[in-house]
Ligand binder design. Structure first.
Ligand code: ADP
Ligand code: ADP
Length: 225
């Protein structure tokens, strides 16, 4: 059952075609990796999916609803994104986790904040710690928790382990796999590493020059590499 459908998506910047006629579907509850050279359009595709950019042509459906019929705030809650750089605002871990709730003029309870920290394998006792004193891996976990505040159904991960040491990379990988199975999220994951793609996902989309040149299962790639 597809949760995302793409039909002949193209995206242009000035006269350059950044995404060139992309079609495909992502099934509910699956984990899909996106790999391909830098500049092949992976981040741009993700920005179309959460409404930060709009395609020049083609159609995107999320939960069978055309993307342009969503309220932008509603779309951003449904489709959460985590970026490579886990940028922390000045303040405590709690202050950082509160950003999405504050934007809605609501308050995040301390109890809920601690639950979120536990969910991402952080010790809840760090809640009132200065967020900028955390390690890179801890910051990325806070960043994931911050995206989970809105209870997204779809989670976009844009090279979230690229700035981390190998041990933290592994920790984030297993955290994401755990969140995927426990919360039933649909996860799309941009990675530079074919190893990581095979490790974490059932399907892999390979992009080049704004096109999806191959869609494989991890199993198929296992046989060819
Ligand atoms: P990837 O995520 O695969 O590295 P991107 O989606 O970031 O690829 O970029 C695709 C292409 O679009 C690249 O050639 C990049 O330089 C270009 N691009 C992306 N954003 C902009 C922008 N705001 N202005 C100009 N060019 C951009
Ligand atoms: P990512 O690491 O997610 O691929 P990039 O480092 O490619 O992101 O881009 C970071 C930001 O700069 C994005 O907002 C993107 O739209 C913009 N950008 C990327 N390439 C260009 C470009 N050639 N000219 C202007 N802006 C760009």
């Amino acid at each position: 059952q597809p949760i995302i459908k793409l039909k002949n998506i193209s995206y242009k910047l000035e006269n350059t075609l950044i995404l060139n006629n992309i079609s495909g579907a992502i099934d509910t509850g699956t984990m899909t990796s996106f790999i391909g050279p830098s500049g092949s359009g992976k981040s741009t595709l993700f920005r179309l999916l959460n409404g930060l950019k709009t395609a020049n042509s083609g159609h995107i459906y999320i939960q069978n609803k055309s993307i342009d019929t969503f309220d932008p705030i509603e779309l951003r809650q449904l489709v959460g994104i985590v970026l490579q750089e886990a940028i922390m605002i000045k303040g405590t871990v709690y202050d950082n986790l509160s950003i999405p709730t504050q934007l809605k003029d609501e308050t995040l309870s301390e109890e809920k904040a601690k639950e979120l920290l536990t969910l991402v394998n952080l010790d809840p006792s760090i809640l009132m710690q200065d967020a900028r004193t955390l390690s890179g891996g801890q910051k990325q976990k806070v960043s994931i928790a911050r995206t989970l505040v809105n209870q997204p159904t779809i989670l976009l991960l844009d090279e979230i382990t690229s700035s981390l040491d190998p041990v933290s990379q592994k920790a984030i990988e297993s955290l994401v796999k755990d969140l995927h199975s426990r919360l039933g999220l649909t996860i799309l994951w941009i990675t530079h590493s074919i190893e990581q793609a095979k490790e974490v996902s059932e399907s892999i989309w390979i992009m080049k020059d704004g096109q999806v040149i191959e869609k494989s299962t991890s199993h198929e790639l296992e046989q060819t590499t």
